[in-house]
Design a protein around this ligand. Structure first.
Ligand SMILES: NC(=O)c1ccc[n+]([C@@H]2O[C@H](COP(=O)([O-])OP(=O)(O)OC[C@H]3O[C@@H](n4cnc5c(N)ncnc54)[C@H](OP(=O)(O)O)[C@@H]3O)[C@@H](O)[C@H]2O)c1
Length: 252
């Protein structure tokens, strides 16, 4: 692909910073968009200026907490603004990161991501979606949300993936010359190994001096679906390393 200008919403986030690195390494022009760079995709502040000259938007912005209503409102407004301002700027494509299982979710943050996908797909600009498993980097956030020397983490199955691996896949998708053939399933990217969130958190907890206790997750949104593996990658998913342990070994 020739040099393209990409506007990256959520450029300073866990995933976004890798997207910016990869696009820059590949010689593209990048406009980083986050409140820290003076662009608010919710209020619209700085958005028109940031999108001037952009051809593609990569949307990896996120709401900072798991509350379904607040997250839904965030994604509703961001999807609407990215289409409205993007269309005025002449943007030809939006690529977004979603989460594996969003299509099956009935509650919680995953259900908000389902709305995010639907609203982006309903706008005037063509949209490409990549569904990713939970990030290796997310395990630390789960521990950060708890206090004290003991953390209670759901022993629910997952197939964690590194942000860098997701970023490579999303950049490939956003720069692919041809749109996928109609009927092609939404692509998925996950790590190479199934494990429970509690098992991964135990590995990280051991480094931080936190005892991690696995709990059954009942009371969480869609816990039964999750326990039955409904949010694990499908047969068409791409699986790519590093494993959580390999990734952890590279962390300072
Ligand atoms: N976390 C996971 O395990 C996981 C798994 C699969 C898919 N995903 C998806 O991947 C995407 C990225 O997730 P992440 O974990 O990398 O998110 P994150 O680390 O929480 O980063 C969120 C980004 O959004 C920006 N942002 C928040 N509010 C904004 C606003 N009003 N205007 C502009 N930018 C705003 C933040 O920057 P400022 O605060 O500076 O504005 C930050 O750059 C999300 O769509 C998420 O659903 C996440």
């Amino acid at each position: 692909m020739s040099i393209t200008t990409f506007a990256v919403a959520g450029a300073t986030g866990r995933l976004g910073r890798h997207i910016v690195d990869l696009l820059t390494e590949r010689g593209h022009r990048v406009v980083p968009m986050s409140r820290a760079t003076g662009v608010d995709i919710i209020t619209g502040a700085g958005l028109a200026e940031a999108l001037t000259g952009a051809e593609v938007i990569i949307d990896v912005a996120s709401w900072h907490a798991s509350d379904q209503d607040a997250a839904t409102e965030f994604f509703r407004t961001s999807a609407c603004n990215l289409h409205e301002y993007g269309q005025k700027a002449g943007v030809t494509q939006i690529a977004m990161a979603s989460i594996i299982g969003a299509d099956k979710a009935t509650a919680g943050f995953l259900a908000a991501k389902k709305v995010h996908e639907e609203l982006l797909l309903s706008g005037p600009i063509p949209v490409r979606i990549l569904r990713a498993a939970q990030f290796h980097e997310f395990v630390g956030q789960l521990l950060d949300w708890q206090q004290g020397d003991v953390a209670y983490i759901p022993a629910l199955p997952t197939q964690l993936v590194a942000c860098r691996t997701v970023a490579e896949e999303l950049v490939d998708l956003a720069t692919a010359p041809a749109a996928p053939a109609p009927g092609t399933p939404i692509p998925e990217i996950a790590g190479p190994r199934g494990e429970t969130m509690a098992e991964a958190a135990q590995l990280l907890g051991a480094r931080r001096g936190i005892k991690v206790v696995g709990v059954d997750g009942s009371g969480m949104p869609d816990a039964e679906l999750a326990a039955n593996g409904a949010f694990l990658p499908g047969p068409h998913a791409k699986l790519a390393g590093p494993t959580f342990q390999e990734w952890l070994d590279t962390q300072p």
